[in-house]
Design a protein around this ligand. Sequence first.
Ligand SMILES: [Zn+2]
Length: 495
Amino acid sequence: MDIRHYTVALDVDPNEKSINGHTEIDLNLSKATDILLFDFWHGLTISKILVNGKEQKFSHGNDDLIRINSSQQPGKVKVKIAYGGKPGVATRPPWTGGFQWDKDGKGNPWISITCQGEGAKIYFPCKDHPSDEPNEGADMIITVPKGLVATAPGILQKTTTKGDKTTFYWKTNYTISNYCILFNIGKYKMVKRMYTTIDGNKVPIEYYVTEENFDKAAKLLELYEQSCKILEKYFGEYPWAKEAIRASETPHLGMEHQTNIAYGNKYRYEKLGDKDFDWLLHHEFGHEWWANKVTNRDWAHMWIQEGICTFGDAMATRELAGEEAYQKRMQQTARSSSNRFPIVRGEQVDSDSAYHGDIYGKGAFFMHTLRYIMGDDKFFPTLKKLATDPQYTYDNTVVTADVEKLFSGAHGKSLEPLFQLFLYTTNKLEVHVRQTKDNEYAVKLLNLDMQIPLDVQTDAGIQRVMVDKKGVAVASKTQLVVDPKVFYLKKVIIE
Ligand SMILES: [Zn+2]
């Protein structure tokens, strides 16, 4: 089953905290089948299922699976599922997701959804696996009480008002992750400015803001543009330039929803250099490249999304506060790595097990290590290639081995042992140092089968030597300090 498109049409009732409507799924079957399966939370009630226009028998159990008994030949299939009820409420959004039925400061309904961990099946029927995005995009048709605004991915096609209800028709033509196919509702005002991308395309930056924070919107747009310039410099053009750069203010902290970032950091800016900076906006926006454009095929490789996105956060530090501030940030990251679980725990883990703290910081630090080993001239273009080459982006998904092959190819030597050590184990690089003469030390690697550069501080200053398991002799009148600027997660054994 290859999902091509979703249409999610829902009437949202803030008083009842309920939804009612249908989802239409367009898909291609590569083989004949007697049964169609979809993921869908058992707490919502299905009233009817049509397959290619014909009503079908189905079951929908506590295992959150819809089983439709329907014989189908290979080819196109259209499934329409009508349903309604009270969706699950988020207990700790955005980390533990669901619906959030909140009110803004003026008492207006303020509704958002988060489901990165839970999946979109919590509120619409779908094939809930990162490997199968709807290649032709998604339509969202959201009906709300008049006076409220619904925002969703892509471009607003039209709004219609009938009686006391308004319907918002949103459409994205881009491939999109299930957990980004969702809406926010609020008494929003919209502010916008035009942005010219690094490739010269014009795209609006829009912010849907609650009335009470309207006066803060212009500044947020400015910071949005600042972050966009930084991210485009390192990762190439904004991925959805034919649609929009957008954020909607949400009652939770934030999430990377494609073309419609959820922003809830309450305008708490920090200073990087002499510039204001919003870390949350920048991070979630970075996911437009790392998660939304470059998508891991399986949760096991989620570090590609979170780790490289976090490296993008460090690039903001580098751009706004300088290289030294970036180095400091990375040293702090190294100290905070827990090394409790490997970053890649194998393909047979669920999303919760794959998702742990080190995929962020240690993942970002791994990029820092690669940058050091390869040098800026090779590293940065290679990273940009990962974010721009068709074979890694949009319809194509990636795993860690794809990243390794790309970087090894650019490096000219295999980096596989390095990927193995830092991503598939919790071991640190072990560097052995032994004094061999009055003014000489032997330095060798104990657990990495390749040659890497290594900074050593001697009485003459910091030198860069090439080191491997055989070892190298380094002259120094003072005790050697290995890797003083911290380019590696390491353990130094001094004999
Ligand atoms: Zn993130």
